[in-house]
Design a protein around this ligand. Structure first.
Ligand SMILES: Cc1ncc(COP(=O)(O)O)c(C=O)c1O
Length: 384
């Protein structure tokens, strides 16, 4: 086996979830997904698509009508213009990220990654034989912010890509205008491409939408935006996402994708078109639901001893620091054993996540109440 692949470590999230599944009465807040099923109108669309004969291969980059629907949605939401040929449907945002990093980074190259971050970036870079340079967010008490000077210092002549995810998994941090402007300027100064992972773009609390980096970077050869149906429409298991960039970048990416996954499933692509077309009321309700859960989690964690929670501005995660926790994987395992509550250890998101835990609040009010009561009891016992 090649070292680049065999060295990939099994996600601690999978380990925690597997242990939780074997425990009766456990509560799983460790994964990044909602406990709600996909909406009926989307399921019906998939059913109809199968019966209407959408059962063949499509173009690797997706059916023309899906690429067009995505381009229309980008314009409607972000007021930036992308042609259908500048969009490529992928097997989840995961595939878009992987093929992008695969295309940009090789042995001797590095990727600068704003962290803590979803583990796919470091692992995709590692699988490509490159080096990851993780630049931690600055944690100022109850806020995260981007240390632009530190970010720029991490870049050198071998840096091929700067990776940012806003709203962020796991922190809930959302880039400010100044941070976006600053990051765009740094990328331009060094001639570095930006990979902007915007899969939580619609899940924001104090604004209608997280502004895309495409509002700040005009050169589509220097920006690849990744997005997904997974979080916006509760379609995690359907595996549909997209990449947007210049036409020539998209062509390069889909040429490679042809021999990795080929096109995302035809039936799912048709359901995606319907989600984009008819899903606005659904997204509005979902945001209201998550806003209520965020308020619940923020209030409850605020009462717990030794817990500091930077307020999540977007996505559906709380990422509190827990006083005295220096090995979050151990903490997560002990918490699960003692209470049946499965959370993700902060270290799963890079060294700067150590000392924190990630709790996904895309669950029902009752589930979160129960989980937080158990966590509270555990933390109080721990400090007694
Ligand atoms: C930040 C981020 N990007 C990308 C993904 C991949 O999502 P999917 O492949 O389901 O579209 C996830 C999933 O958790 C994520 O949290």
């Amino acid at each position: 086996m090649r070292h680049e692949i065999s060295a990939v470590v099994e996600s601690p999230l999978v380990q925690i979830a597997t242990a939780a599944e074997a425990m009766p009465g456990s509560i799983k807040l460790c994964y990044g997904e909602s406990d709600m099923p996909t909406a009926d109108f989307i399921c019906r669309a998939a059913d109809e698509a199968a019966r209407a004969g959408h059962t063949f291969y499509t173009h690797t980059a997706g059916a023309p009508e899906l690429r067009e629907a995505i381009a229309i949605k980008i314009r409607e939401l972000q007021a930036v213009s992308y042609r259908p040929s500048e969009v490529m449907a992928t097997v989840g945002g995961t595939m878009a990220i992987h093929v992008t990093l695969r295309a940009l980074v090789g042995p001797g190259d590095n990727a600068v990654i704003v962290s803590p971050a979803y583990a796919i970036y470091v692992n995709s870079v590692a699988m490509s034989g490159g080096e990851s340079r993780q630049v931690p967010l600055a944690a100022n008490g109850a806020r995260f912010s981007l240390d632009l000077e530190r970010l720029e210092r991490a870049i050198d002549a071998n840096t091929q890509v700067l990776v940012v995810n806003s709203p962020s998994n796991p922190t809930g941090w959302m880039m400010t205008d100044d941070e976006q402007r600053g990051l765009a300027a740094i990328a331009a100064r060094h001639g570095v491409t930006v990979l902007s992972d915007e899969v939580y773009e619609r899940l924001t609390f104090d604004t209608d939408i997280a502004p895309s980096m495409a509002r700040w970077i005009d050169d589509k050869d220097r920006l690849i935006v990744v997005n997904s149906f997974s979080k916006t429409y509760n379609m995690t298991g359907w595996r549909l996402g997209w990449a947007q960039a210049s036409e020539s970048t998209i062509r390069t990416l889909y040429k490679a994708a042809e021999f990795i996954t080929s096109n995302p499933a035809s039936i799912i692509q048709q359901a995606g078109i319907v989600a984009l077309r008819d899903g606005e009321d659904y997204v509005r309700d979902l945001r209201a639901h998550y806003a209520a859960r965020r308020a619940q989690v923020t209030a409850a964690l605020g009462t717990l001893p030794g817990v500091v929670l930077p307020e999540p501005m977007g996505a559906f995660y709380a990422f509190p620091r827990i006083a005295g926790v220096t090995a979050s994987t151990l903490f997560a395992a002990e918490l699960l054993r003692a209470t049946g509550v499965a959370i993700a250890p902060g270290s799963a998101f890079g060294p700067s996540g150590e000392g924190s835990i990630r709790l996904c609040f895309a669950a029902s009010e009752a589930t979160i109440t129960e989980a937080l009561e158990r966590l509270g009891r555990y933390l109080r016992l721990r400090i007694e």
